[in-house]
Design a protein around this ligand. Structure first.
Ligand SMILES: CC(C)=CCC/C(C)=C/CC/C(C)=C/CC/C(C)=C/CC/C(C)=C/CC/C(C)=C/CC/C(C)=C/COP(=O)(O)OP(=O)(O)O
Ligand SMILES: O=P(O)(O)OC[C@@H](O)CO
Ligand SMILES: [Mg+2]
Length: 231
């Protein structure tokens, strides 16, 4: 079950196949003590840049999950496939439409049971790229908690992902959303974690913290986010 794969994850680095990362930096990330690598991005992700990144990651023993955002880049060989379902999408295609098109075309190729699962995304930063792509409806704390409960209790998704990509979010809302998950969903938080302090605050509120953009701005600060979570 994907639940089993992600249940130990407290810290994850998210690598964007559309962004360059050198071998030394990649090694430092993979040996940092992080629990897993997620591969994904909201634009510029191709089959070739995803294969290239996966083959470099496979030198290390870390679990690797592909977050599928385009059908052009569904690459075999990942340990898990995570499918975003944008719960507060204004464009219904990102709630369910694209997924149905994907399954109509490639449903028979789905990877084996237990390695693919939907993530209930709540896109809470209206200025991020994912919000633009999905036409995300604005959310306040009560909305975030209600979406989280909906994903956990009614849809029974294994992951609720509060996405503030590019900005540090409201940790009160994240903590309240996590407290509302009584059916086993894991609360992922990502957005604006750019060093130890924010990593620690996010780790107090969420089950799993996801660190992305800072990797490409300051490797040292990215690595600092692991130590506080794993120590
Ligand atoms: C053998 C094998 C593996 C077979 C697989 C078979 C198969 C085809 C499986 C796919 C099944 C399926 C249902 C796929 C759905 C595909 C799809 C197009 C879903 C839509 C996803 C979606 C809702 C996208 C909206 C945007 C979003 C929520 C993105 C979230 C993730 C993300 C990467 C955010 C950050 O992006 P970033 O680029 O870093 O942005 P910033 O600029 O803010 O930093
Ligand atoms: O890039 P940042 O802001 O760290 O966010 C991480 C992740 O949630 C993006 O999908
Ligand atoms: Mg990013």
């Amino acid at each position: 079950m994907v639940e089993r794969i992600v249940e130990e994850w407290k810290h994850v680095f998210k690598l964007d196949p559309d962004k360059r990362i050198g071998d030394e930096a990649l090694e430092a990330l993979c040996l940092s003590g992080t629990d897993a690598i997620m591969v994904g991005g909201s634009s510029g992700v191709t089959y070739d840049n995803t294969v290239d990144l996966l083959s470099r990651l496979r030198r290390y023993e870390l679990p690797c999950a592909l977050e599928v955002t385009t059908l052009d880049a569904v690459v075999p060989g990942f340990d898990a496939y995570l499918i975003p379902v944008a719960l507060n999408a204004g464009d219904p295609d990102y709630l369910v439409g694209r997924h149905i098109e994907a399954l109509k075309r490639y449903g028979s190729l789905l990877p084996k049971e237990g390695t693919i699962a939907a993530e209930g995304y709540v896109i809470a930063n209206p200025d991020c790229e994912a919000a633009r792509v999905a036409g995300a409806k604005p959310v306040d704390e009560a909305d975030i908690v209600a979406y989280a409960r909906f994903a956990d209790r009614l849809l029974r998704l294994p992951i609720v992902y509060i996405e503030y990509s590019g900005a540090f979010g409201d940790m009160e809302a994240v903590a309240r959303a996590r407290a509302a998950l009584t059916n086993g969903a894991r609360l992922f938080y990502g957005g604006g974690i750019d060093g130890a302090e924010k990593a620690a605050a996010a780790a107090r509120a969420a089950d799993t913290i996801v660190v992305g953009n800072i990797i490409y701005q300051s490797l040292a600060r990215a690595l600092d986010t692991v130590r506080v979570v794993q120590s």
